[in-house]
Ligand binder design. Structure first.
Ligand code: HPA
Length: 246
Protein backbone atom coordinates (compact mmCIF):
# COMPACT_ATOMS: atom_id res chain seq x y z
CA UNK A 1 0.00 0.00 0.00
CA UNK A 2 1.34 3.42 -0.89
CA UNK A 3 1.82 6.17 1.60
CA UNK A 4 -0.56 9.09 2.05
CA UNK A 5 1.09 12.49 1.60
CA UNK A 6 -0.44 15.43 3.42
CA UNK A 7 0.54 18.97 2.46
CA UNK A 8 -0.11 21.30 5.37
CA UNK A 9 -1.32 24.82 4.66
CA UNK A 10 -0.83 28.05 6.65
CA UNK A 11 -1.50 27.55 10.35
CA UNK A 12 -2.28 23.86 9.90
CA UNK A 13 1.04 22.63 11.27
CA UNK A 14 -0.71 21.45 14.45
CA UNK A 15 -1.94 18.50 12.40
CA UNK A 16 1.57 17.14 12.82
CA UNK A 17 0.87 16.66 16.55
CA UNK A 18 -1.55 13.86 15.61
CA UNK A 19 1.17 11.90 13.84
CA UNK A 20 3.73 9.60 15.48
CA UNK A 21 6.80 10.94 13.71
CA UNK A 22 9.56 8.44 12.93
CA UNK A 23 11.70 10.47 10.54
CA UNK A 24 12.19 14.07 9.43
CA UNK A 25 13.77 15.41 6.25
CA UNK A 26 14.41 19.14 5.86
CA UNK A 27 13.59 20.71 2.50
CA UNK A 28 17.23 21.69 2.12
CA UNK A 29 18.31 18.03 2.57
CA UNK A 30 15.71 17.04 -0.04
CA UNK A 31 17.09 19.69 -2.42
CA UNK A 32 13.97 21.85 -2.22
CA UNK A 33 13.53 25.61 -2.00
CA UNK A 34 12.67 26.96 1.46
CA UNK A 35 9.76 29.28 2.20
CA UNK A 36 10.32 32.63 3.86
CA UNK A 37 6.73 33.19 5.05
CA UNK A 38 6.10 32.96 8.84
CA UNK A 39 4.28 29.71 9.68
CA UNK A 40 5.86 27.77 6.81
CA UNK A 41 8.93 25.87 8.22
CA UNK A 42 10.05 23.48 5.48
CA UNK A 43 10.25 19.76 6.20
CA UNK A 44 8.83 16.34 5.45
CA UNK A 45 7.68 14.34 8.46
CA UNK A 46 7.27 10.59 8.10
CA UNK A 47 5.14 8.67 10.55
CA UNK A 48 1.85 6.96 11.24
CA UNK A 49 -1.64 8.39 11.42
CA UNK A 50 -4.28 5.93 12.60
CA UNK A 51 -2.01 3.01 11.64
CA UNK A 52 -1.39 4.25 8.08
CA UNK A 53 1.99 5.43 6.80
CA UNK A 54 1.93 9.13 6.08
CA UNK A 55 4.35 11.78 4.90
CA UNK A 56 3.51 15.30 6.01
CA UNK A 57 4.87 18.20 4.05
CA UNK A 58 5.14 21.22 6.28
CA UNK A 59 5.95 24.59 4.75
CA UNK A 60 5.23 24.64 1.05
CA UNK A 61 6.68 27.37 -1.15
CA UNK A 62 4.46 29.70 -3.16
CA UNK A 63 4.57 31.44 -6.52
CA UNK A 64 4.26 34.79 -4.74
CA UNK A 65 7.64 34.27 -3.07
CA UNK A 66 9.15 34.43 -6.54
CA UNK A 67 9.45 30.69 -7.04
CA UNK A 68 8.46 29.17 -10.37
CA UNK A 69 5.78 26.52 -10.87
CA UNK A 70 8.47 23.84 -10.88
CA UNK A 71 9.80 24.79 -7.42
CA UNK A 72 6.27 25.09 -6.05
CA UNK A 73 5.52 21.50 -7.06
CA UNK A 74 8.93 19.95 -6.25
CA UNK A 75 7.57 18.65 -2.93
CA UNK A 76 4.84 16.69 -4.70
CA UNK A 77 7.39 15.07 -7.03
CA UNK A 78 9.66 14.31 -4.06
CA UNK A 79 6.84 12.64 -2.13
CA UNK A 80 5.82 10.59 -5.18
CA UNK A 81 9.43 9.42 -5.53
CA UNK A 82 9.41 8.45 -1.85
CA UNK A 83 6.36 6.21 -1.97
CA UNK A 84 3.38 8.55 -1.74
CA UNK A 85 0.51 7.39 -3.94
CA UNK A 86 -2.36 9.40 -2.44
CA UNK A 87 -2.17 13.08 -1.66
CA UNK A 88 -4.15 15.33 0.65
CA UNK A 89 -3.66 19.03 -0.12
CA UNK A 90 -4.71 21.52 2.54
CA UNK A 91 -4.68 25.29 2.43
CA UNK A 92 -5.95 28.41 4.10
CA UNK A 93 -8.48 30.25 1.97
CA UNK A 94 -10.92 33.10 2.02
CA UNK A 95 -14.60 32.25 1.75
CA UNK A 96 -16.28 33.64 -1.36
CA UNK A 97 -19.51 31.70 -0.83
CA UNK A 98 -21.76 33.47 1.73
CA UNK A 99 -23.01 30.11 3.00
CA UNK A 100 -19.50 28.92 3.94
CA UNK A 101 -18.55 30.51 7.28
CA UNK A 102 -14.94 31.17 8.35
CA UNK A 103 -13.75 28.45 10.72
CA UNK A 104 -15.39 25.79 8.56
CA UNK A 105 -13.71 23.53 6.02
CA UNK A 106 -14.41 23.18 2.31
CA UNK A 107 -13.51 20.03 0.40
CA UNK A 108 -12.47 20.89 -3.15
CA UNK A 109 -14.84 19.54 -5.78
CA UNK A 110 -12.81 21.28 -8.47
CA UNK A 111 -10.51 24.25 -8.96
CA UNK A 112 -9.84 27.28 -11.12
CA UNK A 113 -6.15 27.65 -11.87
CA UNK A 114 -5.87 31.43 -12.20
CA UNK A 115 -2.13 31.61 -11.55
CA UNK A 116 -1.29 31.73 -15.24
CA UNK A 117 1.30 29.04 -14.51
CA UNK A 118 1.64 25.27 -14.86
CA UNK A 119 4.21 22.81 -13.51
CA UNK A 120 3.92 20.82 -16.75
CA UNK A 121 5.62 21.58 -20.00
CA UNK A 122 5.65 20.21 -23.51
CA UNK A 123 2.69 18.16 -24.67
CA UNK A 124 1.42 17.28 -21.18
CA UNK A 125 -2.25 17.19 -22.10
CA UNK A 126 -3.34 15.45 -18.94
CA UNK A 127 -7.00 14.90 -18.15
CA UNK A 128 -8.17 17.23 -15.39
CA UNK A 129 -11.88 16.41 -15.66
CA UNK A 130 -11.79 14.65 -12.27
CA UNK A 131 -8.82 16.26 -10.52
CA UNK A 132 -10.09 15.52 -7.01
CA UNK A 133 -10.85 11.83 -6.55
CA UNK A 134 -14.60 11.19 -6.45
CA UNK A 135 -14.53 7.97 -4.42
CA UNK A 136 -12.12 9.36 -1.85
CA UNK A 137 -14.26 12.49 -1.56
CA UNK A 138 -17.28 10.30 -0.89
CA UNK A 139 -15.36 8.65 1.99
CA UNK A 140 -14.54 12.03 3.51
CA UNK A 141 -18.15 13.18 3.12
CA UNK A 142 -19.45 10.09 4.87
CA UNK A 143 -16.96 10.19 7.76
CA UNK A 144 -17.47 13.95 8.26
CA UNK A 145 -21.20 13.35 8.54
CA UNK A 146 -20.64 10.62 11.11
CA UNK A 147 -18.44 12.97 13.13
CA UNK A 148 -21.03 15.76 13.01
CA UNK A 149 -18.51 17.91 11.17
CA UNK A 150 -19.79 20.50 8.70
CA UNK A 151 -17.81 19.84 5.54
CA UNK A 152 -18.63 22.23 2.72
CA UNK A 153 -17.80 21.35 -0.85
CA UNK A 154 -16.95 23.75 -3.61
CA UNK A 155 -14.58 25.28 -6.10
CA UNK A 156 -11.21 26.72 -5.10
CA UNK A 157 -9.76 29.58 -7.10
CA UNK A 158 -5.96 29.58 -6.97
CA UNK A 159 -4.41 33.00 -7.57
CA UNK A 160 -0.80 34.07 -7.61
CA UNK A 161 -0.97 36.72 -4.84
CA UNK A 162 0.68 37.77 -2.55
CA UNK A 163 -1.73 40.68 -2.13
CA UNK A 164 -5.20 39.71 -1.04
CA UNK A 165 -7.95 40.32 -3.60
CA UNK A 166 -9.96 43.46 -4.16
CA UNK A 167 -13.73 43.36 -3.58
CA UNK A 168 -14.18 43.64 -7.36
CA UNK A 169 -11.98 40.59 -7.88
CA UNK A 170 -14.01 38.65 -5.32
CA UNK A 171 -17.26 39.55 -7.11
CA UNK A 172 -15.69 38.38 -10.35
CA UNK A 173 -14.56 35.11 -8.75
CA UNK A 174 -18.04 34.46 -7.34
CA UNK A 175 -19.52 35.09 -10.79
CA UNK A 176 -17.22 32.54 -12.40
CA UNK A 177 -18.15 29.93 -9.79
CA UNK A 178 -15.50 30.16 -7.08
CA UNK A 179 -16.47 29.30 -3.50
CA UNK A 180 -13.06 29.92 -1.94
CA UNK A 181 -9.90 31.78 -2.88
CA UNK A 182 -6.26 31.17 -2.03
CA UNK A 183 -2.69 31.22 -3.31
CA UNK A 184 -1.66 27.56 -3.45
CA UNK A 185 -2.85 24.01 -4.18
CA UNK A 186 -3.82 24.21 -7.87
CA UNK A 187 -0.32 23.65 -9.26
CA UNK A 188 0.32 20.84 -6.80
CA UNK A 189 -2.95 19.17 -7.80
CA UNK A 190 -1.96 19.41 -11.49
CA UNK A 191 1.48 17.94 -10.76
CA UNK A 192 -0.01 15.16 -8.64
CA UNK A 193 -2.52 14.21 -11.33
CA UNK A 194 0.22 14.19 -13.94
CA UNK A 195 2.06 11.65 -11.75
CA UNK A 196 -1.10 9.57 -11.35
CA UNK A 197 -1.57 10.28 -7.65
CA UNK A 198 -4.99 10.16 -6.06
CA UNK A 199 -5.78 13.67 -4.83
CA UNK A 200 -8.15 15.39 -2.43
CA UNK A 201 -8.01 19.00 -1.29
CA UNK A 202 -9.33 20.90 1.69
CA UNK A 203 -9.59 24.63 2.33
CA UNK A 204 -9.64 25.92 5.85
CA UNK A 205 -11.84 28.97 5.47
CA UNK A 206 -9.98 31.44 7.63
CA UNK A 207 -11.82 34.63 6.69
CA UNK A 208 -14.49 36.14 4.49
CA UNK A 209 -12.96 37.20 1.20
CA UNK A 210 -12.35 40.91 0.52
CA UNK A 211 -15.39 43.13 0.62
CA UNK A 212 -17.31 40.62 2.73
CA UNK A 213 -15.83 41.80 6.03
CA UNK A 214 -13.96 44.87 7.35
CA UNK A 215 -10.34 43.97 6.64
CA UNK A 216 -7.92 41.11 6.35
CA UNK A 217 -4.67 40.18 8.07
CA UNK A 218 -2.25 37.27 8.05
CA UNK A 219 -2.43 36.75 11.87
CA UNK A 220 -6.18 36.14 11.69
CA UNK A 221 -5.59 33.58 8.95
CA UNK A 222 -3.05 31.70 11.12
CA UNK A 223 -5.23 31.81 14.28
CA UNK A 224 -8.39 30.47 12.65
CA UNK A 225 -6.35 27.72 11.03
CA UNK A 226 -5.11 26.47 14.37
CA UNK A 227 -8.49 25.59 15.90
CA UNK A 228 -9.93 24.30 12.63
CA UNK A 229 -6.86 22.06 12.24
CA UNK A 230 -8.01 19.91 15.16
CA UNK A 231 -11.30 19.19 13.39
CA UNK A 232 -9.46 18.24 10.21
CA UNK A 233 -7.00 16.05 12.11
CA UNK A 234 -9.91 14.01 13.43
CA UNK A 235 -11.41 13.64 9.95
CA UNK A 236 -8.13 12.69 8.30
CA UNK A 237 -7.31 10.21 11.04
CA UNK A 238 -10.55 8.32 10.62
CA UNK A 239 -10.62 8.34 6.81
CA UNK A 240 -6.96 7.45 6.39
CA UNK A 241 -7.11 4.71 9.02
CA UNK A 242 -10.17 3.19 7.34
CA UNK A 243 -9.09 3.58 3.73
CA UNK A 244 -8.75 0.74 1.28
CA UNK A 245 -5.50 0.30 -0.57
CA UNK A 246 -5.76 2.10 -3.93
N1 HPA B 1 -7.46 35.36 -0.20
C1 HPA B 1 -6.41 34.70 -0.68
N2 HPA B 1 -5.71 33.83 0.04
C2 HPA B 1 -6.11 33.60 1.29
C3 HPA B 1 -7.20 34.28 1.87
C4 HPA B 1 -7.91 35.19 1.07
O1 HPA B 1 -8.89 35.84 1.49
N3 HPA B 1 -7.30 33.82 3.14
C5 HPA B 1 -6.33 32.91 3.32
N4 HPA B 1 -5.60 32.76 2.21
Amino acid sequence: MGMVGIVLGSGLGVLAEEVDITNEVDFTEAGLAVSTVPGHAGKFLFGKLGGTDVCLMKGRVHLYEGHGAEAVTAGVRWMAEHGVSSLVLTNAAGSVNRDFTPGEWMMLSDHLNLTGASPLSGASFIDMSVAYDAAWRADFRKVAKGQGMKLNEGIYAGLRGPQYETPAEIRMLRTVGADAVGMSTVLEAIQARALGLRVVGFSCLTNWAAGMQENLNHEEVLETGKSAARVMARLLKEVIAAREAP
